[in-house]
Design a protein around this ligand. Sequence first.
Ligand SMILES: *Cc1c(COP(=O)(O)O)cnc(C)c1O
Length: 456
Amino acid sequence: MSAGTSNVWHPNTQMSEWDAFDSISRGDGVWLTDSKGFRMIDGVASMWCNVWGHSNREMVRAIVRQAEKLQHSPLFNLTHEPAEKLARGLVGMSPGMHRVLYSENGSSAVETAVKVAFQYWTNEGDAGRTAIASLERGYHGDTLGAMSAGHVPEFFDRYRQHMFDAIELPVPVQGGVGGGRNGAAATAPAPDALQRCIEGISDTLSARRGEVAAVIMESGAQMAGGARIFEPSFQEEVGGICRENDILLIVDEVATGFGRLGPMCVYSAERSKPDIAVYGKMLTGGYLPLAATLATGRVYESFLGAYDEQRHLFHGHTFAGNPIAAAAANKNLSMYEKYDMASHVSKASKVLADRIAEHLSDMEAVGEIRCRGLLAGIELAAGRGATAAADTAPPATSINRIIYEAGRRNGVYLRTLGNVVMLVPPLAITASEIGTLVERTAKTIRDAAPSLLPRT
Ligand SMILES: *Cc1c(COP(=O)(O)O)cnc(C)c1O
């Protein structure tokens, strides 16, 4: 379809760069088929959300069964079993959590978390807690409140004057597993970098404890910030600092929870004890939009009181907890157990790391590579630093578009973040499909490399 006859405005896209978009008409396992019958392997789990592959029969049947019974009923004055069951499931897998608020996307779920944190303090009679603190290069979504909580300047600077200011905290990230010949060897941060970072966070938060309502951080790794994986123990230490200073901790597991990095619940694996947790992308296996904000009993109870005290949460979405989406999430959760997804991911992530080492780590065009679970961030040597430096001039053509088109020719669907090629496949991907994905990605980078050279 030519862009001239389309009325769709695509997300985060310079529309003038694209004459047309490939139209996907079928999904089947890890494969996407376009309207011309051309097949691509889904290298980004259709925006990091697909778990079981496309058109999984068990998932589809659960959705159809629920649609035939009750397609929508709100949670205003009412409840329904799919939402109840899912809340039990989510609380069950999330240590410390007690209640679940539903929304339809990660950004809304983050905004819900931020509103809960702000109001928690006014409910507690502390009017001074008006600030959010968050990590450098953290990403929490694209709505105004979620953008405000994030720090990815190249995404948010356009809107800065309309956002609230969040206190920025430093972040230590792990170096890569392999470096390109061309530079950036596997760079473990200096041994004391973690310690200095923790001290910086501790100093800032203790100096400003009276104003900070909550710290928000992605759990395990920063995804949109460029697949930046946290140092072990970092998350636990941040949690400790929050507790020492009586500041709420919000963990954003929208991209990393549900097995992307291995564990279902990353904060628990990282021994962190948040007050609020947010799930999104993989919650319904990538089948329907749904997100969840979980709160501990301590947070929840601060909202209880006589009606005229007006302590309740003034927040709610029309489709919050939609029964079909909740039924999809319930089926998804039960399938993690039924098919022992934890051990699959643990094996598959080794295969991914091995195939990457085999096909990508010696490539001229590749800089640092960062892997954890079924996430790999492959930094291209060209444009290195583009994601790190806010003041770098953007390239004339987006690296994303060059990589997408080369990927398409090689039968792999990719979307980059700045100069980082993200491999984020559906979790159920098999070992041989991982091989195909990595080989096609390597070929794509090789083909695209000449177009990615810096302009002189
Ligand atoms: C994608 C993402 C969000 C926003 O979710 P949407 O469903 O796109 O609104 C929030 N936080 C993180 C960590 C994400 O990766």
